[in-house]
Ligand binder design. Structure first.
Ligand code: ADP
Ligand code: MG
Length: 684
């Protein structure tokens, strides 16, 4: 290959060595031994092969555009082949009457079947070279294609490469695992994944490669978790004392659910282990994570430490503060709130008292991580709703104590099991998988503008019953002013249909000053207003049990996890609650599936799974930036059994040989030593 092509390979595909090329796998194999017929083909297949003749070839000009059209027949029917680019060259190279293999996906254009830019080859070629009955299709880019590196050109290169690959290559997976799972050998898999001799063989090769990818991924994460556990030092919270016991025995507002108890035990075990806790607490919206935070904070206090609780928004921090004050009234525990909107003098005083050890629990927002916030003896940090905090922000909290504090990160965005297993293999994870008793699932329906009168009537009925209503508008950062206009228009229309003094409305949006927001939230919380019209500022954590109706406008513009979070704002008071998803009439197929998912289930984990399926893991909030998810082959949804198998294998391997000292694990040890990818061995 010449230097200019080599440069394209390097630039466009990150291929620099033979090894890189060998690992540039085709994303599809076309089985050219299976020829479909035009009168009867499976339209679900992404790629089909037809064999027949071109009977007519001509260019068509309409407007400024010229295209090349060919009529193709295979004896069972007719279809049209179309090209929009490279017309001259294609026209000259095609011959009427010659038998071709035509490959691609036919679509119906009007009443005519058509393939745009099909792959074509003279059929006799295929007959002469049956080894290439299975054609690898490689991903390529526009740029590479223009420089002569389309999928066929890449196939020519890999095909040449195959002739030079040695017969043997060192195995990269432990021999017993290869045997146990009947995996293909490394060298066979690397050959067959490019040039299989049957589709089954290709599947086997793919399986082996996915297994290897997931196995090493697990090895990385689990190995660093063990390293962390071995080396980290943490404060030992040896006792459960008066503060915990007093609250637990006399002030607990309701009996804990079984799941809450179990999770508190798990945290408790970490706290007295002598190692620093790094725990992720997952629990669906409304599952009662706050109480878990409070109770475990009391354990920290019992062990002479200070604790802090960090929330992503001021509204939420303020609400936590109010709850803590309520729960801890008359218990001689000093709780303070530190948020950006406090006056400078107030902040200064709080910081002084904090440094002197006169505050036990500090609740706040980002303000907590400013450098001048110094604790006397910080022992425990709880972070609510982790997705709003960046990695860097968390690590600042980390540094606020000589012995690192125990850390609990609480998230209400459930992560699908396989994803958690993959991403957090190095973290400890607790799950609250049980709701407090008496919750009724929120009845969810879908509506459009045609249903608006009906919707308003329904809202009136609920308000007449003494209930309250949320109406939420999306706020997408790119066009804040436009979104705000949506919100204001909506507010006006609602005010007309719900006139004062009979109805009282609140409005909250991101561009209001903090105290105005807090004032409106407060009025709604106290039941003074009936309807809260807002942007997604209420998304996270707000708790108004008397609200039973959640109307989400432009629901098609929200992601599934956001919709789920919003819906979680209602259904907290024991009364039957409702969520109405308002959308425009025409929906894309993913939007429709999202709305259908919401209408059919309230299980956060099921929704997270659906989200993963609809969006693909690469899109999951925050994951892409964090670079945590770097699987190339394996799919967390489809390959769940493989994820589980590799996790278990790595687990038992590290169980018997935690330092990878056994001779048969030499290869794995080398991998760990040479591998310099970042290690996410701390949450922060
Ligand atoms: P989240 O997990 O979403 O943060 P919260 O901690 O805000 O949930 O709790 C949701 C609601 O459930 C609150 O009103 C809280 O008082 C209530 N709650 C929490 N634990 C229990 C329990 N064990 N029994 C009954 N209600 C509970
Ligand atoms: Mg919460």
């Amino acid at each position: 290959m010449g230097p200019s092509k080599a440069e394209i390979l390097a630039k466009e595909f990150d291929i620099h060595t033979y090894g890189d090329l060998l690992h540039y796998f085709p994303f599809r194999i076309v089985d050219r031994s299976r020829v479909s017929t035009i009168d009867n083909f499976n339209s679900d297949e992404p790629y089909l092969v037809f064999r027949g003749r071109i009977s007519d070839l001509h260019t068509v000009t309409s407007g400024r555009f010229t295209r090349l059209e060919a009529t193709f027949t295979d004896g069972t029917g007719m279809m049209s082949l179309v090209w929009f680019q490279g017309l001259k060259w294609i026209k000259e190279s095609l011959k009427v009457g010659t038998i071709y293999n035509v490959m691609g996906k036919p679509t119906l254009y009007g009443s005519i079947l058509q393939i745009a830019h099909p792959d074509l080859e003279v059929s006799s070629l295929y007959d002469e070279r049956p080894t290439h009955a299975f054609l690898p299709i490689y991903r390529t880019t526009e740029k590479a294609k223009n420089r002569g590196l389309g999928t066929k050109a890449i196939a020519r290169i890999t095909s040449t490469l195959m002739q030079h690959v040695p017969r043997q290559l060192p195995e990269t997976l432990p021999a017993d695992i290869v045997a146990k799972y009947h995996l293909m050998s490394r060298i066979s898999a690397l050959r067959s994944i490019h040039y299989p001799s049957s589709m089954e063989e290709w599947q086997q090769a793919l399986l082996r490669e996915k297994f290897e990818e997931l196995f090493y991924h697990q090895l990385d994460y689990q190995y660093s978790r063990i390293a962390r556990l071995q080396h980290s030092v943490g404060r030992i919270f040896g006792i459960v004392g008066n503060r915990f016991n007093n609250f637990y025995n006399h002030h607990l507002p309701f009996p804990l659910t079984g799941a809450q108890k179990r999770v508190i035990k798990e945290i408790r075990a970490d706290m007295r282990s002598g190692r620093q806790m790094n725990r992720l607490l997952q629990g669906d919206v409304g599952s009662g994570k706050t109480l878990v935070a409070l109770l475990t904070i009391l354990i920290a206090l019992d062990n002479d430490c200070q604790a802090c609780l960090m929330a992503p928004t001021e509204i939420l921090a303020t609400q936590h503060f109010a709850n803590f004050q309520k729960y801890l009234a008359d218990q001689d525990i000093r709780v303070e709130l530190l948020v950006g909107s406090l006056r400078a003098s107030q902040k200064k005083k709080i910081k002084q008292r904090l440094a002197n050890g006169e505050i036990d629990i500090l609740i706040g927002t980002h303000a907590l991580i400013e450098p001048d916030v110094q604790f006397q003896r910080l022992g425990y940090v709880v972070i609510d709703e982790q997705h709003r905090f960046g990695v860097e922000q968390r690590s600042k909290l980390w540094g606020k104590s000589d012995i690192p504090p125990h850390i609990l990160v609480m998230t209400a965005t459930p992560i699908p099991r396989t994803l958690a297993m993959t991403l957090y293999a190095d973290l400890d994870c607790s799950i609250i998988d049980e709701m407090p008793p008496g919750r009724q699932p929120v009845a969810t329906t879908h509506g459009t503008d045609a249903n608006r009168a009906q919707l308003f009537n329904f809202m009136r009925q609920e308000i007449a019953k003494g209930r309250q209503v949320y109406v939420v508008y999306p706020l997408i950062n790119e066009s804040e002013s436009l979104d705000l206009k949506d919100l204001m228009d909506g507010y006006e229309s609602i005010s007309r249909s719900f006139p004062q003094p009979q109805y009282q409305l609140s409005i909250v949006h991101g561009q209001m000053p903090a105290d105005a927001k807090a004032y409106e939230m407060d009025r709604f919380k106290r039941g003074e207003t009936h309807i809260m019209v807002s942007t997604t500022v209420i998304e996270v954590g707000v708790d108004v049990p008397n609200a039973t109706v959640m109307v989400i406008e432009n629901a098609e513009r929200f992601g599934l996890s956001q919709l789920h979070q919003l819906r979680g704002r209602v259904g907290r008071g024991g009364g039957q609650s409702y969520c109405i998803l308002m959308t425009k009439n025409e929906l894309s197929s993913t939007s429709r599936q999202r709305i259908q998912t919401m209408c059919s289930t309230t299980d956060g984990f099921a929704i997270a799974e659906a989200d993963l399926r609809l969006r693909g893991p690469g899109d999951l909030q925050g994951l892409q930036q964090s670079g945590m998810l770097d699987l190339k082959l394996a799919d967390l949804v489809d390959d769940e059994p493989l994820v589980c198998a590799t996790r278990d294998e790595v687990h038992s391997l590290l169980d018997t040989d935690p330092d990878l000292q056994h001779p048969e694990n030499k290869l794995l040890r080398q991998y760990i030593q040479n591998n310099n990818r970042p290690h996410w061995d701390k949450i922060s």
